[in-house]
Ligand binder design. Structure first.
Ligand SMILES: [Zn+2]
Length: 253
C-alpha cells in the first residue's frame, strides 16, 4: 500500500485542528446566542415567540456544526498511514456523524417538544404585570375575553387556530392582548402520545354573526405516526361593540 505523503498529512493535521476548533466554537456561539437572547428578553410573550420560532433550529444548527467540528478533529491526529486507510477513516467518521445527526434530529423533533411545551405553558400563563399599577393582571376566560376583542379578532380566534389571551388589570382597566398561533404549536397526539399533533386545515361551514353561532371543522394530523382526525367546533356569536371601548389597549402579536 502506498504511503500518504508526509507533507500532506502534516498540513492536513494542522489545518484540520484549526477548522475543527472553529466549527466547535461556532456551535457553542449559536447555542449561547439563543439562550442569552432569551435571558435578556423580559417580555414573556416575546420569550414565548422566540422559543417557538428559534429554539429547535438553533439547537439543530449547533448539532450540525459540532458534528462537523468533532469529525474533523477526530481525523486531524493522523500519523503516517496509507492513503487507503486515510480514506477509510474519513468514510467511517462520515457514517458515524450521519447516524448521530439522524438520531439528534429525531430527538429534537419528537422528544424535545415535551420540554419545550412545559416551558411555553409556564411563559404563557405566568401573570403579566400591569405597567399602569405594577400589579399582576388577570387572564380573562374565553367567555369574558370577547368583550375586549374586536370583531375581526373574535372571528380570527375562531377560524384560524389563533388564540387571543386577554390580560386585565382590574384596578386600572388596562388590557394587554396577546396573539397565539395554533399552526406553530403542536399538541399531544392521541395515538402515539408524541407532541406532534397539529391543525393542518380548517373549514368554515357557517360564519358566526351577532345573532347566530357558526360552525367550523378542524383537521388534525400527527407528524410522527400520521394519525389524522377532524373535529367540529361551535363558534360563539360575535360580540359587537356599540362604541369604542374606553380602555387602553396594547396589542402584542
Ligand atoms: Zn401520532
Amino acid at each position: 500500500m502506498e504511503e500518504a505523503p508526509l507533507q500532506f498529512i502534516e498540513t492536513w493535521n494542522a489545518w484540520g485542528k484549526i477548522a475543527a476548533i472553529g466549527f466547535i466554537a461556532l456551535a457553542m456561539i449559536r447555542v449561547a446566542y439563543h439562550f442569552l437572547t432569551l435571558l435578556t428578553t423580559k417580555d414573556l410573550k416575546k420569550k414565548y415567540d422566540f422559543i417557538i420560532l428559534k429554539e429547535i433550529s438553533a439547537l439543530w444548527t449547533a448539532v450540525v456544526l459540532l458534528l462537523i467540528g468533532v469529525g474533523i478533529l477526530a481525523n486531524s491526529f493522523i500519523a503516517e498511514i496509507g492513503v487507503f486507510w486515510f480514506i477509510i477513516r474519513g468514510f467511517v467518521t462520515l457514517v458515524a456523524a450521519l447516524l448521530i445527526g439522524i438520531i439528534s434530529s429525531n430527538m429534537l423533533k419528537f422528544y424535545y417538544p415535551f420540554n419545550l411545551e412545559k416551558r411555553l405553558k409556564r411563559l404563557r400563563f405566568t401573570p403579566r404585570i400591569s405597567p399602569k399599577s405594577g400589579k399582576p393582571m388577570k387572564l380573562m376566560s374565553e367567555d369574558e375575553e370577547d368583550v375586549y376583542l374586536d370583531e375581526g379578532m373574535q372571528a380570527e380566534e375562531n377560524v384560524f387556530s389563533i388564540d387571543y389571551d386577554v390580560w386585565l388589570d382590574e384596578e386600572t382597566g388596562f388590557t394587554k392582548i396577546e396573539k397565539y398561533s395554533g399552526h406553530l404549536h403542536a399538541t399531544e397526539c392521541p395515538e402515539c402520545s408524541y407532541q406532534t399533533y397539529k391543525v393542518i386545515k380548517e373549514e368554515l361551514l357557517r360564519k358566526p354573526t351577532s345573532t347566530e353561532d357558526g360552525e367550523l371543522i378542524k383537521y388534525y394530523e400527527c407528524g410522527f405516526c400520521d394519525h389524522r382526525s377532524q373535529s367540529n367546533h361551535r363558534i360563539g356569536q360575535l360580540v359587537i361593540h356599540d362604541e369604542q371601548k374606553d380602555t387602553s389597549k396594547e396589542a402584542a402579536s
